[in-house]
Design a protein around this ligand. Structure first.
Ligand code: SF4
Ligand code: SF4
Length: 76
């Protein structure tokens, strides 16, 4: 399992999901998918910026595409 990411305002502000090509291609509304789980919209995979994100570094995350796979703490 990945590390648990807090769903809070600080992480929401740090999350760079809205800049990523998948986010734009999929017209997502939410963010911080590593904490909150899958996007409700259909995911059009076009690249993932998570490894560049301060939240990713802070919680020592190790996956990509949380918008598709769900919460960090729930994926192997
Ligand atoms: S690691 Fe990815 S999903 Fe989590 S806050 Fe950063 S950009 Fe968003
Ligand atoms: S989890 Fe990764 S692919 Fe999905 S929107 Fe965030 S940065 Fe983009």
């Amino acid at each position: 399992m990945g590390n648990e990411v807090a769903d809070n305002q600080e992480n929401e502000q740090l999350c760079i999901c809205p800049e990523c090509p998948t986010y734009k291609a999929s017209s997502f509304n939410g963010n911080v998918f590593c904490a909150r789980g899958k996007a409700s919209e259909e995911v059009k995979q076009s690249g993932c910026y998570c490894p560049e994100c301060p939240v990713y570094m802070k919680y020592e995350l190790n996956h990509l595409y949380y918008c598709l796979k769900g919460k960090s703490a729930e994926i192997n």
